[in-house]
Design a protein around this ligand. Structure first.
Ligand code: BGC
Length: 768
């Protein structure tokens, strides 16, 4: 394994510019604030390999699906997260030569992502072809406080000459998506304005008609004093710029401060966008870079106060976990229930920026424990808001009676995946959505969520499962035919154990939810039942019958659940039989060969055993783990974290640690050779889980927080923060003791290693 970046507790540091690795670095060093994000592209022009990426939350394009044979039920479009206006651009020209790192000699280079403070810095010295040597330092951030604002400090120092330098800050909305089915551009110009030291562009997306306004304003200082300068205003199609030439002396630093605002019609009336973007841009410039940065750093300090994990004795692990937590906090802040978490967040275009089951299965636990409960609640409400569309989606496929099938991939509630057999058939996502409701209520104690929103969704999903199973006369049980489980290296299988298990569980949980609401408020239950035309007697009787007779494949002799019917017919070769060079399989084997092989892309049966661990004894867990671990290639980023947690649970500590490191440094060390496309944001929540639930052994059972911690051998200590209901706890674990601090003015009793332990308000306890 190769390390690309210097190890550091709080920073990601690239010390040498390697053009072949630039796209990967652009992903890794991305910044964002939940509302917008930006890959680590250069401010000055760069003609080498690069993937431009500037993204505005919630803004997408429905690109018409391209497919050989159109089948009924195929989605009309595959949503694309849009590469939006380039707002970072600042061209530098000296004696007619444009600064371009692909075309001049790089004498030194350093790129630093400061995760503690949330900014990106890059410094380099170069010799240009005209012999001029130059030092450049750029620093930028996207404000966590003023969520539409970003700022750049771009400093240039001539090292061996006195002369004129031309600065040309611009906004360029004439950009393309890397991922575009018909190679078209997705933006149309609506309006633009260029003035002295400021400029604005408003563009709109084709078809979806989102309007986005981008504004910039700048000033220049020399020796820390603002200077006067004249500008030339430049306008082109979807492009606005100001150009200014400044006299610079050898050794003298000239700094351009560029303030940016990005506003979308998701949050403002279209007619008001221009006025608003001017206001926000000007206000940002008025406040100034240092104050904006200062408040931004403070906001990051608050985030870290609630979500940091400190690891002592293992720098690689420390850097890895902070990188994951940083990216999670950059991607989603939970204020807006219309937004969700794309698998690549704001770091790339892959997966279209859309919502997958990843949110419910992986991300919800992270936000439950590290943020106020409204954050996770908003993720749940996102699905409630899409319920009607999920019902229509199921209707299109022939289901009725308000049964809902949520999309596997969505931007607005409509299905927009681009592969039928794999993605569409992964109906297991319905189960994860139900499970997240359970998880949220179990964690927060907010059972009334069921009355307001939860039961609506559960009824509709249970109705779907009840209609989706078929009675097999041969088995005298209900079977689930033609599905794809989480393991995408098998398509259209019968009786995927995970899918059937979670379907059965959903129906059981819905029955419990009905009882809860009936006891709590019979009137509310009646209203919900009337709203959905729910025939309690006959439908619950039907579910009970299906719960009782659900077929779940297993091999009793081997003591394992079977991933699907016929799994054991496959040649039972193991991952250890594979040569290293052919991994990842999806980059070397044909799809046909993968489908025939026994290799499993990601946790599947084990995913189910992870969700429902109380249903299984340790012996059964161990047998299944040993069996499936040997067959799993972990070619989904979502896989190693689940294996890590289960390995912790089984006392397989070395394995748990190895999986942890793999998941924590998946992108930093580019395990799967694809970090150039963007970072694996949703699996980062899984990394967090492998520390908290794996090493820390945290669970919430019967309204109580439990820990069963251990410490990986090569760590001296680790500590993490947990928000549990109104408490904020800091749990510190060393080889000798566990210390838990309760930062709240109310006592709490927890279960620590199986014993009840009380912790008084604002006090700590220590257990040797
Ligand atoms: C995984 C899916 C996941 C998707 C988006 C795929 O590689 O197999 O489970 O939902 O990536 O992260």
């Amino acid at each position: 394994m190769e390390r690309f970046y210097k190890l550091d507790e709080w920073k990601i540091i690239e010390e040498k510019f390697i053009p072949d690795r630039n796209k990967m670095a652009e992903s890794i060093f991305s910044i964002g604030n939940g509302k917008m994000g930006q890959r680590a592209n250069f401010e000055e022009s760069y003609s080498g390999e690069s993937m431009q990426g500037s993204y505005i939350a919630g803004v997408y394009y429905p690109d018409k699906t391209k497919v050989g044979w159109w089948k009924n039920g195929y989605p009309e479009y595959f949503a694309k997260v849009l590469n939006a206006a380039n707002w970072i651009g600042i061209n530098i020209t000296i004696e007619g030569e444009k600064l371009d790192l692909a075309k001049c000699e790089i004498l030194s280079f350093k790129r630093t992502l400061n995760m503690k403070e949330g900014h990106l810095e890059r410094s380099f010295t170069v010799r240009m072809n005209n012999g001029n040597q130059l030092k450049v330092v750029s620093k930028r951030f996207i404000s966590l406080v003023k969520q539409e604002v970003a700022a750049i400090k771009y400093s240039v120092t001539p090292l061996n000459f006195n002369g004129e330098i031309t600065f040309c800050p611009y906004i360029d909305a004439d950009i393309e998506n890397e991922d575009s089915n018909y190679e078209e551009k997705f933006w149309k110009e609506l309006d633009k304005k260029v003035k002295d030291r400021e400029a604005y562009v408003i563009v709109r997306t084709k078809k979806t008609k989102f309007h986005v306004a981008t504004g910039m304003k700048f000033n220049i200082t020399q020796d820390h004093v603002s200077i006067d300068f004249k500008t030339e205003q430049i306008e082109k199609k979807k492009y606005v710029a100001n150009s200014t030439t400044v006299e610079c002396k050898k050794g003298q630093e000239t700094v351009l401060y560029k303030y940016i605002a990005n506003l979308s019609s998701e949050n403002y009336k279209k007619v008001k966008l221009l006025r608003k973007v001017k206001k926000v841009t000007r206000e940002a410039a008025q406040i100034g870079f240092e104050i904006l940065l200062h408040e931004h750093i403070k906001a990051w300090a608050d985030k870290w106060k609630e979500s940091d994990i400190v690891i002592e004795g293992d720098l690689a692990a420390q850097q890895g976990i902070r990188f994951n937590i940083f990216q999670m906090n950059q991607t989603y802040t939970g204020e807006d229930p219309r937004l969700n978490i794309g698998p690549k967040g704001f770091t790339g275009e892959k997966y279209g920026g859309s919502t997958y089951w990843d949110t419910e299965a992986y991300c919800v636990p992270f936000y439950l424990s590290t943020a106020d409960s409204h954050v996770a609640r908003n993720l749940l409400k996102y699905r409630h808001n899409h319920l009607q569309k999920a019902i229509e989606n199921a209707e299109k496929l022939g289901f009725n009676n308000n049964a809902a099938l949520y999309p596997m991939v969505t931007m607005n509630g409509e299905e927009c995946h681009n592969e039928w057999e794999i993605t569409f058939e992964e109906i297991h996502r319905n189960g994860a959505i139900a499970y997240a409701i359970y998880n949220y209520i179990n964690y927060t104690g907010d059972s009334d969520y069921l009355l307001e929103y939860g039961l609506d969704v559960l009824l509709a999903i249970s109705r779907f499962w009840a209609q989706r199973v078929t009675y097999s006369n041969e088995k005298k049980q209900y079977v689930m035919l033609g599905v794809t489980g989480p393991n995408e290296y098998e398509n259209n299988v019968n009786n995927n154990w995970y899918t059937s298990y979670i379907a059965r569980w959903t129906m059981k949980y819905t029955l419990e939810a009905i009882d809860y609401i009936k006891n709590k408020n019979a009137e509310t239950f009646k209203n919900i039942a009337d709203k959905w035309n729910f025939n309690e007697k006959s439908e619950t009787a039907d579910w009970k019958e299906k719960i009782l007779k659900m077929y779940l494949p297993e091999d009793k002799q081997k003591g394992v659940f079977l991933q699907q019917d016929g799994y054991l017919d496959k040649e039972q070769i193991l991952v250890s039989d594979l040569d290293k060079e052919i991994r990842p399989l999806n980059q070397t084997w044909s799809w046909d060969r993968i489908l025939r092989s026994p290799f499993i892309k990601q946790a599947d049966v084990l995913q189910g055993m992870y969700f429902f661990e109380d249903d299984f004894d340790k012996g059964s867990l161990e047998k299944n783990f040993d069996f499936y671990e040997k067959r799993t290639v972990h070619e989904s980023s979502l896989s190693p974290c689940i294996h890590s947690i289960l390995a912790s649970n089984l006392g397989k500590r070395k394995m748990a640690y190895d999986f942890y490191l793999q998941t924590a440094r998946l992108d930093l060390d580019d395990y799967n050779h694809e970090a150039d496309e963007g970072c694996h944001i949703t699996s980062m929540a899984g990394t967090w889980m492998s520390v908290i639930e794996g090493f820390g052994g945290m669970r919430v059972k019967n309204n109580q927080l439990q820990f069963n911690p251990y410490i990986p051998d090569n760590w001296t200590s680790y500590s993490f923060k947990i928000r549990f209901r109104e408490h904020l706890l800091t749990i510190n674990i060393t080889k000798k003791k566990v210390e838990i601090k309760n930062t709240f003015d109310k006592a709490i009793t927890i279960l620590l290693n199986g014993k009840q332990v009380g912790i008084a308000a604002n006090k700590s306890i220590k257990v040797e």
